[in-house]
Design a protein around this ligand. Structure first.
Ligand code: GLA
Length: 389
C-alpha cells in the first residue's frame, strides 16, 4: 500500500484541484478481518476483529470555499457538491464522504470546504470493509485537518451513522470501530452493547490466518443484510412479550421449549439460534486462542460458518464450497467473514499446509464455478492514521 503514497497521486491532486499554499495531508485506514462474532454486532454481541494491511488513502486540503471537491482514483471520477448534502446515485462512492460530513455537523462542528482525493486497494464487496474504511478515514481526516475534538471511538460512531442514515445499510459498529482503534499485532474484543473493548495479542506459533476471496459479490447483499437485522429485531420483540428482562437478542438463553412459547416464525427461530450459539463459540475461541488450543478454535470457526449458512442464511454456494473443500482437505478451521453473500473466507491452518491447499482449491473452484480464487496473506496492522508526506 505504501506505493500509494505516490508522487503520482500528489501530482494528480494538483492537476485536478490546482496548486495552493495550503498543505495537502494524507490519511490512511485499514481493512479488517473478524475472527469470531459474526452478525451479532447490531444485537449487543461480542466480536473479535483486527485491522489488516489493505488500505484506503485520502489526500485532503482545505479550499477556503463552501464546496467539497472529490476525486476517486478507482472510479476515475470527480464530483463537486455543497450543502444541503443529498445522496448522489451517479457517484455512490461520494455518499460515504457526504454522510460523514453530515454526521460531523450534527455534532456541532461546521465542516469547511475541501479538496479530496481517494485511492485504495481494499477489494470491494469482499467482506473486508472497504466502505467502513472510507467512512473512518474521511471522518479522521476532517477532524484532524480542522482540529475538531472528536475521539477515535466517536469517529467510529460517525462512520456507522453515515452508513446507517445516509447510505442506508443498517450495519453494526464492528467495522468502523476496529478500523478506528486497531493496533498492529493485536485484535480487540469489543462488547457492542457497551462499546467497552480490550486489546489481545495471540501467539499463533506454527499456525496462521489467511484469506481466500471467492470473488463473488451479490447485488442483493445490502437489502438481505437489512432484512436479517429486522428479523432479529422482531424475534427479540416476541421474546420480550414473554421474557421482558432480555434487552438484547444476544443475551437470550432460553431452552427450545421456552422459545416455542414465543411463537417465532421459522426464520426468526433460525436467526435466534445462530446469534445465541455464536455467543458460546466466541467464548470457546477466546479461551482457545489464549491457551493455544487451535484445534478447538478451528472447529468453532467451521461451526460458525455452517451456522451462518444454514441458520442465518447469509452464505452462498461459492463460499460454502470453499469451506466444505477446506474441511475435506484437513484445514484447521475456516469460515466466511463479514456480511456474507460472497466475499472472503478466513482460514486458520498450519503454516506448512498453505501451498498444497492453494493449488488444489484454485483448480477445483475454477472447474466448478469458472471463477478464479485469490489468496491473501496479511499482517495485523494499525487503525486509521496520518501518513506524513
Ligand atoms: C458487515 C457489517 C458489520 C457486521 C458484519 C457481520 O461487515 O458492516 O457491522 O454486522 O457485516 O458480522
Amino acid at each position: 500500500m505504501d506505493s500509494l503514497i505516490s508522487k503520482e497521486n500528489l501530482n494528480r491532486f494538483e492537476s485536478i484541484f490546482g496548486k495552493t499554499t495550503q498543505p495537502i495531508r494524507l490519511f490512511q485506514a485499514p481493512a479488517r478481518i473478524n475472527i469470531i462474532g459474526e452478525h451479532v454486532d447490531y444485537l449487543g454481541g461480542t466480536v473479535l476483529p483486527a485491522a489488516i494491511n489493505f488500505a484506503v488513502q485520502v489526500y485532503l486540503r482545505p479550499n477556503n470555499t463552501s464546496n467539497y471537491k472529490l476525486h476517486s482514483v478507482t472510479y476515475n471520477q470527480t464530483v463537486e457538491f455543497q450543502k444541503p448534502l443529498l445522496p448522489n446515485p451517479k457517484a455512490a462512492w461520494a455518499d460515504y464522504i457526504a454522510g460523514v460530513i453530515v454526521e460531523i455537523e450534527k455534532k456541532g462542528h461546521l465542516v469547511p470546504g475541501f479538496d479530496f482525493l481517494v485511492d485504495g486497494n481494499i477489494p470491494q464487496g469482499s467482506g473486508l470493509s472497504s466502505s467502513a474504511a472510507l467512512e473512518v478515514v474521511t471522518a479522521f481526516a476532517i477532524k484532524e485537518t480542522f482540529s475538531f475534538p472528536i475521539s477515535r471511538e466517536e469517529v467510529a460512531v460517525i462512520g456507522q451513522k453515515a452508513e446507517n442514515l445516509f447510505v442506508g445499510t443498517k450495519c453494526g459498529i464492528m467495522d468502523q470501530f476496529i478500523i478506528s482503534v486497531g493496533k498492529a499485532n493485536d485484535c480487540i474484543s469489543l462488547n457492542t452493547d457497551t462499546l467497552n473493548y480490550s486489546y489481545h495479542h495471540f501467539d499463533l506459533g506454527n499456525y496462521e490466518f489467511y484469506l481466500i476471496n471467492s470473488n463473488v459479490k451479490h447485488s442483493l447483499k445490502d437489502s438481505a443484510y437489512n432484512k436479517r437485522r429486522s428479523e432479529c429485531e422482531s424475534a427479540l420483540l416476541k421474546i420480550q412479550t414473554k421474557y421482558p428482562n432480555f434487552t438484547q437478542l444476544y443475551e437470550v438463553n432460553l431452552s427450545e421449549e421456552e422459545l416455542n412459547h414465543c411463537h417465532l416464525t421459522s426464520e426468526e427461530s433460525k436467526r435466534t439460534k445462530h446469534v445465541t450459539s455464536e455467543r458460546e463459540r466466541t467464548k470457546i475461541v477466546i479461551t482457545g486462542l489464549e491457551s493455544g488450543n487451535f484445534i478447538e478454535v478451528g472447529s468453532a470457526l467451521f461451526h460458525t460458518h455452517w451456522s451462518l449458512s444454514k441458520d442465518f442464511e447469509v452464505s452462498c454456494p461459492e463460499t460454502d464450497f470453499i469451506v466444505d473443500s477446506l474441511q475435506n482437505l484437513g484445514v484447521t478451521g475456516a469460515r466466511m467473514i463479514g456480511g456474507g453473500f460472497g466475499g472472503c473466507v478466513l482460514v486458520l491452518d498450519k503454516k506448512d499446509h498453505f501451498s498444497k491447499i492453494e493449488e488444489v482449491l484454485k483448480k477445483s473452484y475454477q472447474q466448478k464455478f469458472n471463477l478464479a480464487l485469490d489468496f491473501y496473506k496479511f499482517q495485523i496492522s494499525d487503525g486509521v492514521k496520518e501518513i506524513y508526506i
